[in-house]
Design a protein around this ligand. Structure first.
Ligand SMILES: *[C@@H]1O[C@H](CO)[C@@H](O)[C@H](O)[C@H]1NC(C)=O
Ligand SMILES: *[C@@H]1O[C@H](CO)[C@@H](O)[C@H](O)[C@H]1NC(C)=O
Ligand SMILES: *[C@@H]1O[C@H](CO)[C@@H](O)[C@H](O)[C@H]1NC(C)=O
Ligand SMILES: *[C@@H]1O[C@H](CO)[C@@H](O)[C@H](O)[C@H]1NC(C)=O
Ligand SMILES: *[C@@H]1O[C@H](CO)[C@@H](O)[C@H](O)[C@H]1NC(C)=O
Ligand SMILES: *[C@@H]1O[C@H](CO)[C@@H](O)[C@H](O)[C@H]1NC(C)=O
Length: 251
């Protein structure tokens, strides 16, 4: 607790020197990038007011301090936002939380997402239409506590690097198109359960059922061949008898 407070104080004092211009650019870029189908950002995010800390009153924006334009959290859930992941977030350099859940965002996540979300502890991208792979570098965001990617169309494997996130408490990739082995998170981690992975076509490994090893796959195939031969033989015999009966019936 103490160490992390010291860390955040250091981070905060470092970021003073970067000025607030960067964070204002960040929000300008976010306003410009996703299509704001409901017009919420268009009406609430007014950049013509130059009072220090003016962005802190914007819809969905929380600042470190109300008098200073330094963004702590961005919470833009369920605003009808459409388009790609807003890359401009990289200029909110002290951001710790990003919630873009329940919008209509799509496309791949940036592969260098660790540069964009370096200090983020909570990322919620759930219930959008993001697709493509989950970038391995997402798991280089080492402060991540909460990572919600559920209800999208992510495909491919979950990168094994996921277990680098030692602070992770909430993790969900349910309802995607993922396959392969799930990350080897600590097995005594009660919060990462089978529900975290539900409704993906091909995930396996603890806490799901074990992944078939290569030798198990072979013997499984052998059994299948044997069984299906049996079925073919029975079916052939049945057909033969039926054929004989109908033959008798006809003549
Ligand atoms: C944004 O708001 C301005 C006026 O505040 C309006 O002229 C413009 O059409 C709006 N744009 C969208 C995309 O809603
Ligand atoms: C500008 O922003 C400040 C701080 O958020 C607010 O108190 C003030 O009313 C705003 N002024 C205008 C003209 O919107
Ligand atoms: C924040 O701004 C208000 C009003 O301008 C002022 O009274 C207050 O002292 C400021 N707080 C800090 C910590 O700068
Ligand atoms: C971030 O800010 C820098 C400097 O202002 C700018 O050149 C860059 O394009 C911004 N990034 C994005 C993705 O908007
Ligand atoms: C993760 O971040 C560290 C420090 O920024 C960097 O040295 C390392 O190469 C990164 N790893 C990956 C897989 O990007
Ligand atoms: C899971 O919980 C354990 C024990 O509470 C913790 O040490 C670990 O960092 C947590 N996260 C992961 C990803 O294992």
């Amino acid at each position: 607790m103490f160490i992390s407070s010291v860390f955040w104080l250091l981070l905060l004092s470092c970021s003073f020197s970067f000025g607030v211009e960067s964070d204002i650019n960040c929000l300008k870029s976010i306003k410009a990038s996703p299509e704001d189908t409901s017009g919420y950002l268009n009406s609430s995010w007014d950049f013509n007011n130059n009072t220090e800390g003016f962005i802190c009153n914007f819809l969905g924006i929380e600042c470190w301090h109300p008098n200073e334009s330094k963004v702590l959290n961005i919470k833009l859930s369920n605003l009808g936002l459409k388009g790609q992941f807003p890359r401009g977030v990289e200029n909110c350099t002290s951001l710790t939380g990003l919630d873009l859940s329940r919008n209509r965002l799509s496309g791949d996540l940036p592969h260098d997402i660790d540069r964009i979300l370096t200090f983020v502890t909570s990322l919620d991208l759930s219930s959008n239409s993001f697709s493509g792979p989950i970038p391995a570098k997402l798991f280089n965001c080492s402060y991540m506590n909460v990572l919600k990617l559920d209800n999208n169309q992510f495909s491919g494997n979950i990168p094994a690097e996921a277990n680098q996130l030692t602070r992770l408490r909430t993790f969900s990739v349910a309802n995607n198109l993922l396959s392969g082995q799930v990350p080897p998170f600590s097995e005594n981690n009660a919060s990462i359960t089978a529900d975290s992975y539900a409704n993906n076509p091909g995930l396996c490994g603890y806490p799901l059922k074990p992944c078939p090893s290569i030798s198990q796959k072979k013997s499984f195939n052998v059994v299948m061949v044997f069984k299906s031969n049996g079925v073919i033989m029975v079916a052939a015999a049945g057909f033969g008898i039926g054929f004989v009966f109908s033959f008798f019936f006809f003549f």
